[in-house]
Design a protein around this ligand. Structure first.
Ligand SMILES: C[S@@+](CC[C@H](N)C(=O)[O-])C[C@H]1O[C@@H](n2cnc3c(N)ncnc32)[C@H](O)[C@@H]1O
Ligand code: SF4
Length: 400
């Protein structure tokens, strides 16, 4: 058994005070992909204008609640849905309002998620003008057959064209999201997808194992026995392929599903400069605001989330209220578990002293067993090996 140390865990263990993020949700999509259960709606294009206006008002309410000396914002992430379905002027106004309301660090990371089919030269130019420093694009695959099976409306050539438009406009950093383990994919098409992604030299790559969510087309097909769930061994093989190809192409694997391009001489075993600062805020239990329908926020102790429906969101904001659906304060045990699980996701893991703050003995028998099994790296603290990253859940359960 892992030794649990006597001192009680603090209420907000290992909260990183150096980051403060703002997440803005844009819940509109052209069509619904077959795997996706994010808060997003099709056929609501008419509400985009009122929604953008409401985001401005909600930002003002959230900023007021932070008091006269709000924290410095280190990252903004406009996610979706498809943020690039908002007219570029609206997106620019939202970002400008955030800058007017809150102090932004001079080197703040400002990411916007974009779908390939919505990015042309004009949109890319608009993003740069609005101060966007990073575009995260859902490529998912470079195999047109796989893209069609996933329910994507673009082909691989469109991804390449969209990245070219972003580069030409001067977007400083590009991330590509990939999904593996989907129907129609085989080892060859996954390798080809990785090679095509790497050839575009994105600064960042995310590769996610397909999860079957019940309230999606895939979820319904699996429930009806008309589609097989992704096979665990096959997912492990795809993950190994991603690790090998991306390491060989000069990407540092700094989080379970995330890789960043390494600069010349940049070591592969620490957090790379091109790591996503916004996502690091989540993994390091930093604080963040959440604006927009269904958005979540965290003030260090309490999680709060917004109403997911657009009409209900608009109604609450128009009535001058934050559109809160719920909130929960984590008890010290939950906070400790969450800190352990989140911090073990990233390659830097936990220092010895940090592990002890969470009540985990990094020299205890459980940690020793996990080291022997090759899931934890040797050393005084707790760091997952590459193999350990794939089995993150099991390792956390064993240490908690
Ligand atoms: C919320 S989506 C927004 C991105 C953008 N709308 C797009 O699709 O291009 C963010 C990413 O989550 C990933 N994702 C969403 N649902 C997933 C699932 N069921 N399994 C694995 N990855 C998923 C996809 O890679 C997607 O690009
Ligand atoms: S994956 Fe992206 S484009 Fe597809 S439904 Fe989800 S948010 Fe919309």
């Amino acid at each position: 058994m892992t030794t649990v140390l006597a001192s009680p865990a603090p209420a907000a263990p290992l909260l990183d005070p150096t980051c403060f993020g703002v997440y803005v949700h844009v819940p509109f999509c052209l069509t619904r992909c077959h795997y996706c259960d994010f808060v997003t709606y099709t056929g609501m294009e008419g509400l985009r204008g009122p929604y953008a206006a409401a985001l401005l008002d909600e930002a003002a309410m959230a900023a007021r609640a932070l008091g006269p000396e709000p924290p410095v914002v280190t990252s903004v992430f406009v996610g979706g849905g498809t943020p690039t379905l908002l007219p570029p002027g609206d997106l620019a106004r939202v970002l400008a309002r955030l800058r007017a309301l809150l102090p932004l660090a001079p080197d703040a990371e400002v990411t916007v998620e974009a779908n390939p089919e919505t990015v042309d030269q004009a949109v890319a130019g608009g993003l740069v003008e609005a101060g966007v420093t990073r575009v995260s694009m859902g490529a998912q695959s470079f195999d047109d057959r796989v893209l069609a099976t996933l329910g994507r409306v673009h082909d691989a050539a469109r991804v390449t064209a969209a990245v070219a438009a972003l580069r030409a406009a001067g977007v400083p950093a590009v991330n590509l999201d990939l999904i593996y383990g989907g129907p129609g994919e085989d080892a060859g098409s996954w390798s080809a997808t990785l090679a095509a992604a790497v050839a575009l030299r994105p600064e960042h790559l995310s590769a996610y194992a397909l999860t079957i969510e019940p309230a999606t087309k895939f979820g319904r097909l699996v429930a009806a026995g008309r589609m097989a769930e992704p096979d665990e061994d096959q997912l492990a093989d795809r993950y190994d392929t991603a690790r090998a190809v991306l390491a060989g192409a000069g990407y540092g694997h700094y989080e379970i599903s995330n890789w960043a391009a390494l600069g010349p001489g940049e070591p592969a075993d620490v957090l790379p400069a091109h790591a996503s600062r916004h996502n690091l805020t989540y993994w390091r239990r930093g604080r963040y605001l959440g604006l927009g329908a269904g958005a979540h926020e965290f003030d260090g102790e309490t999680r709060r989330w917004n109403l997911p429906g657009v009409p209900a969101y608009l109604k609450a904001v128009r009535a001058g209220r934050r559109p809160t659906e719920g909130q929960e304060r984590l008890d010290p045990g939950q906070a400790r578990f969450e800190a352990l699980a989140l911090r073990l996701r990233t390659a830097d893991g936990l220092e010895r002293a940090e592990a002890r703050v969470l009540g985990v003995d990094p020299s205890g028998p459980n940690a020793a067993e996990l080291r022997e099994a090759g899931l934890l790296a040797p050393g005084p603290g707790l760091r997952l090996t590459e193999r350990g990253m794939f089995l993150h859940g099991e390792v956390v359960a064993r240490l908690a």
